[in-house]
Design a protein around this ligand. Structure first.
Ligand code: 6PG
Length: 287
């Protein structure tokens, strides 16, 4: 993927507990920097058990700090929460990423409800829900809507003076991502068109392996973020992680590889079991 002699942007910690603690430290640091620079911190949450560990740690720290404004060292009242992807189920469904985030984090920290933007899953069609979320992002990030071409969608909906080369994308301060055992991330799954989407901000792919629709941010939005942090844990991820980070670029097989933000904006935080098959130099975390 990158110059084999350069170290990977990969930080290795001992275990899931240290991974959650380190990720919580970084989350707080990024939040403070964003609020100081721009008055708010916009973060897209990931689903899955590894990101869940971070949410529980942030809630634990905030509770320990007495749910104060700066609980867990995070300026919660200035945090705006979005989602990187969602299963197309009701928000109270056990499969819902929003439900998981609500139960492990959002109910335990002082975030104004108006600053939480779940992906809608109640539209007549999943594609409509994707469009609704694009409108939510456009309003909150104050950017023009994405260009939209394709059968039946007619001309682009961007303002007349927009050009395809000037396509804007919402720029999150932080996008959290997990990595599935098949190398997927968010809901960008192997062999799906969503992996190659370059104009839409949000799409609603059918995921054959789960026999369900998903809603997901697209690669250009993931790549536009100021910071992207992958959280990966466990020996079961070691082989795929070696392929993703040290193998040839083949995003149709390993969609994680499509997440290539500007230099210095991508970090992987992984535990030692997940790092077991890596051969290139990685970083260690000083805690
Ligand atoms: C989802 C997630 C998905 C997840 C990875 C990693 O909705 O399932 O967005 O991309 O982050 O599958 O999940 P684990 O950390 O549980 O392996």
């Amino acid at each position: 993927m990158s110059d084999p002699s350069s170290p990977l942007p990969v930080f290795v910690v001992r275990d899931p507990t240290e991974l959650a603690a380190t990720a919580a430290d970084w989350f707080a640091e990024l939040a403070h920097a964003a609020v100081a620079a721009r008055g708010r911190f916009t973060v897209a949450l990931a689903g899955g058990s590894t990101p869940e560990g971070l949410y529980r740690e942030l809630a634990r720290r905030t509770l320990a700090a007495g749910k104060s404004e700066g609980g867990a060292g995070v300026p919660w009242s200035d945090v705006h929460i979005y989602f990187g992807d969602e299963r197309y189920v009701p928000h109270d469904d056990p499969q819902s990423n929003f439900r998981m985030a609500r139960e492990t984090l959002l109910e335990h920290v002082p975030i104004p409800p108006a600053h939480v933007f779940p992906m809608p899953t109640d539209a007549a069609q999943p594609a409509d829900a994707a469009t609704v979320y694009e409108r939510i992002l456009a309003a909150d990030f104050k950017t023009s809507l994405p260009l939209r071409e394709g059968p039946g969608e007619g001309k682009s909906v961007a303002p007349p003076n927009a050009s395809t080369t000037a396509q804007q994308f919402p720029q999150f301060d932080l996008i959290l991502l997990g990595m599935g055992p098949d190398g997927h991330t968010a809901s960008l799954f192997p062999g799906t068109a969503a992996v190659h989407e370059q104009q839409r901000w949000v799409v609603a792919p059918w995921v054959e392996k789960f026999n369900t629709f998903r809603i997901t941010l697209t690669p250009p939005v993931l790549c536009a973020a100021r910071d992207v942090l992958f959280l990966v844990s466990g020996a079961s991820k070691a082989d795929v992680l070696h392929n993703v980070l040290e193998g040839p670029y083949q995003p149709d097989v390993f969609p994680c590889q499509v997440v290539r933000p500007a230099p210095g904006r991508l970090r992987w935080l992984i535990d030692q079991p997940a790092a077991a098959k890596l051969t290139r130099q990685t970083m260690t975390v000083d805690r």
